[in-house]
Design a binder for this molecule. Structure first.
Ligand code: ITT
Length: 187
């Protein structure tokens, strides 16, 4: 297994990254180094800045993941502020904000930032879906109980196999793993 450091405080992100990584022979190892998050509409910019910042501390190649839930009818809110908004109002607050709103479309965007001192890269993954009117499934990871991915009947919280198959993180980490193996053949 090739090991890659993953700077995150979030054990769910780590697990999901490793579910992707194992198909590529890559194991992500948690690095608990907090970093200040840049304020930008684009989680890609936040991830890029975060990777650069953590690299300047640990001086080893690493990835970070910044994720946002962009709700169409709320002009992309909470987007890059998803962590703050989740802490303040959680899923019930989002359901209330969407009360009587017919357009339930939303997209999860995950951006993996990689920095090794020479290269600074970003890999994005998106998953479109809808915000449902009540929470479904265990309240384990963020907005998962209110996010129904397009074409599925279960929320991300109700079915982690579906999440592993179609999620924003599956796509961003797959793109990273593919690129990383091309860059480090035989590793
Ligand atoms: P880091 O240490 O990696 O930054 P974090 O939990 O603070 O971990 P973010 O800054 O990317 O992560 O915050 C995004 C917010 O969106 C946070 O409240 C999460 O709970 C939520 N979130 C992120 N990915 C999610 C996913 O796949 N499903 C549901 N909610 C998610």
């Amino acid at each position: 297994m090739t090991k890659v450091l993953f700077a995150t405080s979030n054990p769910h992100k780590l697990k999901e990254a490793n579910d992707v990584g194992k198909g590529f022979g890559i194991e992500f190892e948690q690095l608990k180094v907090p970093y200040p998050e840049l304020r930008d509409e684009d989680v890609g910019k936040v991830a890029e800045d975060g990777a650069k910042h953590v690299y300047s501390i640990v001086k080893k190649p690493l990835v970070v993941d910044d994720t946002g839930l962009y709700i169409d009818a709320l002009n992309g809110f909470p987007g890059p502020y998803s962590a703050y908004v989740f802490k303040k109002i959680g899923c019930p607050g989002i359901i209330r904000l969407m009360n009587c709103i017919a357009d339930r479309g939303a997209v999860f965007v995950s951006a993996v930032g990689y920095c090794d001192g020479k290269e600074l890269k970003v890999f994005r993954g998106e998953c479109k879906g809808t915000i449902i009117e009540e929470m479904r499934g265990p309240q384990v990871f963020g907005y998962d109980p209110i996010f129904l991915p397009d074409g599925e009947k279960k929320t991300f919280a109700e079915d982690d196999i579906i999440k592993d198959r179609v999620s924003h993180r599956r796509k961003s980490f797959e793109a990273f793993c593919r690129w990383y193996l091309t860059k480090n053949p035989g590793k």
